[in-house]
Design a protein around this ligand. Sequence first.
Ligand code: DHB
Ligand code: FE
Length: 316
Amino acid sequence: MARIVAGIGSSHVPAIGAALDNGKTEEPYWKRIFSGFEKSQAWMRETKPDVAIIVYNDHASAFSVEMIPTFALGCAAEFPPADEGWGPRPVPVVQGHPALASHIAQSVILDEFDLTICNKMEVDHGMTVPMNLLFGKVEKSGQWPCPVIPLAVNVVMYPPPTGHRCYMLGRAIRKAVESYPEDLKVVIFGTGGLSHQISGPRAGLINSKWDTNFLDNLSKNPQKLIKIPHIDYMREAGAEGIEMVMWLIMRGALDDKVDEVYRFYTVPASNTAVGHIILANRGRGGAARKSRAKPKRSSGKLKRAAARARVDRLRG
Ligand code: DHB
Ligand code: FE
């Protein structure tokens, strides 16, 4: 059966993609940001997921104010990078996983979450920038390391979904994944944020205290986060801070108790506070397990100790 082994939170600032595409990663401003993801890329190479579900938001690239689904699941075989005004980013076309995606659509819709199904969709920086941060730079002629199932969330036009709805959708996605018969190792990304506002009198707003509190609660006490109303995100984290509700879909898809494998926070990138976290499930098949070939007799206690040891190594 398929299993979600870990959740990854990552900002999606478009200028990070531009810095990568234009060879600026060694400049001090950008190095500060990219170096915060080096350990995460090593973790990703070691974890080797079979599929990544990426919860992200489209910025009027695939959708527009004329038509904007609240939750849209990408069930296509591939997702080309969108032209966001400067031509498509020089990254490979994203390969989908139509079989698992359709299974998730069926399970989640029959669980009464009314997803829009997208059989053709281009993807913008909301998805490709977090992919670069976690998978590293991949030439346009190359291939991303695993297939991806995009889940686009409306956080650009009022009303976005509530944090609670997002969290519950995450739970339904987890149930869907766990009822898929093939033995797949799945990771789920929550992307966007953290605090930022890119226009209006409060442009440039960043609230590090809010962001740190959000990351702490995401790790240890997500029930606190799901009660936060939209107006608090807007007031405290800026108009675009509302993107953070997408991280709650990722968190809802994980165990109640998780191991925080890694965290990184820096201010700013462009107008935005960059936040990143990796949370690993402790259960059977969790990212803490080195491989499926491990002896079955190892107890849950031993597995948790091994997980903690890996977390400590990464933090070190
Ligand atoms: C910026 C941040 C975003 O989340 C986005 O979608 C566009 C721009 C910025 O900080 O420049
Ligand atoms: Fe954005």
